[in-house]
Write a protein that binds this ligand. Structure first.
Ligand code: MCA
Ligand code: AMP
Length: 525
């Protein structure tokens, strides 16, 4: 790596702040992944090589989008930092997206290139071909040196766009959430302060790298603080628990579904193994839960097993982290605490007027430097998302004994499954492409392990019913049909084939009634 340090080691004026910080710890190990270790100096040098390749002699990418489809690890970090150093906007792609999902996203952001590892996912290669986007192959060898004639990197003002993350919501297409360098920095600084990150911290990364939880809370906070990130491509219970026993980590962040799985696993162990693993968890300095509601029962069960009081926090893609239980001080099960440093929160009633006081519920609105800048290519949605400069989250909360408690979402079209936010409308749009489905409605049904699971009620076409063509509408066959259209976590897990959907006098599907029907049929089964 020495040869690239000449141009790679300069934290150029106006370069991303994380590069300058990394250079202060250039000899410390930053990332451990399947292929080995990366020191901070290695990441800076490799990012310089990526930047030089992306620029290809140009002075500045000027916010051109650069898609990123590299698994978690040092190469991923180098690619992200390299894009930023070249003045580009990173667009991380989901590692489980289908070709059609990728195509829609690529068409939306028109990236100049997709950064991929030596062997990319077939879906990425195919979507790139269909959209005419070139692939930039990166491996550790390929970014070992910066070309000799590489010009200096551009000065990137913190107010420039840095990243677009796609989030599903109350529309039938995911929206691109645009962050600037300064909004990302504000998110990281807020969490580093609140949760006391230091260079002594070590954390496993196993959550998907196309969401704030993994990108900001885990990866960037750790590297900002100078800590050690151990990167995995997915959550593997055996590997992670072995490392917890080996005291590899100081901090652990996960979604409630993972804590639920860990509890089931621990409870299945014999006394000696159970004691060993719970002692490993007990020794961590911080365990955080977020991305979905943590049931109080899980909080209490976990505390009983490990002595750890999980720190539950609340956030959203558009805002980063918003509310957090205290780092020092009692963490109340079912509550999400108070605003994080730099974040302003208020509750408003249905008319948009602020409400205050214990026990009065309202929609959460958020303001501050962590909040996103706009939805990509969607001026109307960007405008509608804000109210007097406050971002409208669509989540309802109440203040109780000085801490917020989340009551739920305003829209039933949003489903939270295993921490992923899913749009019922997106799933309905896919199901309506099925030749035999005339109407459908998708809801989230409460589930102990996943929080909610996707359930679909479908009405077959009359002609198909008459012709006896509805055999394809079993859950198993429909799930198979969905595989090429929807990411696995969006595919319905419950199915109801019916003659008509429950509708109100305006013709709108009454989703609460559907949830009741699914819940009752589950209870009866
Ligand atoms: C996997 N499957 C799922 C989910 N995950 N189905 C529904 N909901 C899910 N979340 C599917 C798999 O594709 C597979 O389908 C089957 O379930 C069993 O998979 P399994 O191996 O058990 O699951 P896994 O691969 O271990 O994944 C579980 C997981 C994962 C680790 C909990 O869902 C996950 O990483 N969730 C976290 C998502 C996240 O980070 N969200 C943050 C966004 P089949 O049987 O058909 O093959 S929210 C955010 O960023 C905000 C800002 C915030 O507040 O944090
Ligand atoms: P996403 O937009 O994918 O980032 O998901 C954000 C959504 O997750 C929020 O709007 C909430 O509905 C939900 N969420 C995140 N953290 C929590 C939490 N601690 N309790 C309840 N809901 C949460």
């Amino acid at each position: 790596m020495e040869s690239c340090m000449r141009s790679g080691d300069v934290a150029q004026d106006g370069g991303p702040a994380i590069i300058a910080r990394a250079l202060e710890r250039r000899d410390a190990t930053a990332v451990v992944d399947r292929e080995g270790q990366w020191r901070y100096g290695d990441l800076v040098a490799a990012s310089a090589a990526v930047a030089a390749r992306l620029l290809g002699g140009a002075a500045d990418l000027n916010e051109a989008r650069v898609a990123l489809a590299i698994p978690a690890g040092g190469l991923h970090v180098a690619a992200q930092w390299g894009c930023w150093r070249a003045g580009g906007v990173v667009v991380p792609l989901s590692a489980s997206a289908t070709v059609s999902e990728l195509e829609r996203l690529l068409e939306d952001v028109s990236p100049i290139v997709i950064m991929v590892p030596g062997t990319p996912r077939a879906e990425v290669t195919e979507a790139a071909r269909l959209c005419g986007v070139p692939l930039l192959y990166l491996d550790r060898e390929a970014i070992a040196t910066v070309p000799e004639d590489s010009p200096p990197f551009p000065r990137v003002d913190p107010s420039r766009r840095a990243m677009v993350l796609f989030t599903s919501g109350t529309t039938s297409r995911p929206k691109g959430v645009v962050f600037t360098h300064q909004s990302l920095t504000a998110q990281v600084e807020s969490l580093v302060e609140a949760w006391c990150w230091t260079a002594d911290d070590r954390i496993p990364l196993f959550l998907p790298l196309h969401h704030v939880h993994a990108i900001v809370n885990v990866m960037t906070c750790c590297l900002w603080a100078g800590g050690l990130l151990e990167a995995f491509e997915r959550f593997d219970l055996t590997t992670i628990t072995e490392r917890v026993i080996a005291r590899r980590y100081t901090v652990f962040m996960a979604v409630p579904t993972i804590y639920h799985r860990l509890i089931e696993h621990i409870e299945s162990l014999g006394d000696a193994a159970k004691g060993c693993l719970t002692a490993g968890f007990r020794d961590l300095r911080l365990m955080v839960s977020g991305s979905a509601a943590l049931p109080a029962s899980v909080h209490e069960h976990w505390a009983g097993l490990t002595g750890q009081s999980l720190l539950e926090r609340y956030g959203m893609t558009e805002t980063g982290m918003v509310l957090s239980n205290p780092y020092d001080g009692p963490r109340r099960p079912g509550a999400v605490g108070v605003p994080l440093p730099g974040v302003e929160v208020r509750l408003v009633d249905d008319a948009g007027a602020p409400v205050q006081g214990e026990g009065i519920a309202g929609e959460i609105e958020v303001r501050g430097p962590t909040v996103f800048r706009e939805y990509w290519n969607d001026h109307d949605a960007s405008g509608a998302a804000f109210h007097d400069g406050w971002f409208r989250t669509g989540d309802v909360a109440v203040m109780e004994s000085g801490a917020y408690r989340i009551l739920g979402r305003k829209s039933m079209d949003i489903i939270k499954s295993g921490g992923y936010k899913l749009s019922a409308l997106e799933i309905e749009a896919a199901l309506l492409e099925h030749p035999v489905i005339a109407e459908c409605a998708v809801v989230g049904v409460p589930d102990e392990a996943w929080g909610e699971v996707v359930a679909a009620a479908v009405v077959p076409r009359v002609d198909a019913t008459a012709a006896g063509d509805t055999d394809g509408l079993s859950l198993e066959v429909l799930r198979d049909w969905c595989r090429s259209r929807l990411s696995p976590y969006r595919i319905p897990r419950r199915l109801l084939v019916c003659d008509s959907l429950p509708r109100n006098p305006m013709g709108k599907v009454v989703k609460p009634t559907l949830v009741d029907i699914f819940t009752r049929s589950l209870a009866a089964s």
